[in-house]
Design a protein around this ligand. Sequence first.
Ligand code: SF4
Length: 373
Amino acid sequence: MKRSVNEIIEKLMAVAANPGQAVKEACAKSGKQAVGIVAPYGPEEIAYAAGCLPVGLWGGQVELKRVRAYLPAFACSIMQSVVELAAAGTYDELSAVVIPAPCDTLKCIGQKWKGKCPAIHFTHPMNRKLDCANDYLTFEYQTIRTKLEAILGRKITDEALADAVLFYNHYRAVMREFTLVARDHLATISPTVRHSILKASYFMDKAEYTKDIEDLIYALRRAGPENWNGKRVVLTGITFEPRELLEILEFYHVAVTGDDIAQESRQFRTDAPYHKSPLQSLAAQWQNQQGCSLAFDPFKSRVHDLVDLVRATQADGLVVGLMKFCDPEEYDVPILMEAFEKAGIPLLCIEVDQQTTAFEQIKTRLQGFVEAL
Ligand code: SF4
């Protein structure tokens, strides 16, 4: 029997609100071990092919106590939370954790992992369009595969990898479809609901999660499009948490028609193309990644992609959630501001701080922005 929109949304929101419990339940149900993938990009497919549950580590609202011994106060807010949670033992249940290094902060995190589970570091090449970038990243992924095999005590076959790459391409296509359908249901798929639905993907078996999203798309289409008379914005940044930020948007009757957030659409907008082997396909996916502050792009196509996204989704403006002390994102902001001014599209930049509990200033700025739209 087909489930209702509310049933599926309630399930996914419960997962997003209780990640630890969701991961435990998913592991108990499937008999799988969990492998952490530190934000923003890791080859989840390798962990999936190993028969594990890949779990996304994107920090969270946590009081900082232990992290001061390991990171300076000017390290980005999300990694302060990740290291705090690691040092507190939150990730100790994981069988391993995979840590990328596309920025200076993550290079340090890889060297200073404070959790008890083994850490596997790797580096993305930044001159991504060269052929040798594919060779290099394939080698890095092969190293992750070999280290995971040693930790888990089992082989990751080429066949399992090929299946995982194909399955993840399917998952990504379903997610892209969901974001399109969600635009016709801005009352039901409010900013917090949209974010929670996308966030739940990090704590569930992807097969079960993908089925839930397919059912949700079906149920939304059956329900028919909704009217929306509030304002519409596109969001960009690394993450748009804490949740209170999205609640402020809802308070002012603002819907999210699209996003370019690393925790959300950047995860599924680029497929792994057919290449010579599954690992080379995964490497080619990074080479094809476009419009992300972390993936070197001398042409800054992100700027034009965002202008196009705002226009295509008939949004009234762009809200940049600038992660506190995130250099790669900070470099893009002046370029974005200039391009949006030229395009005549309103833009608001707010700071995202996972540790903050004071939202009044942001609320006032968002109120002013919405009133001016
Ligand atoms: S938020 Fe920015 S600085 Fe921090 S880990 Fe991510 S990319 Fe690096």
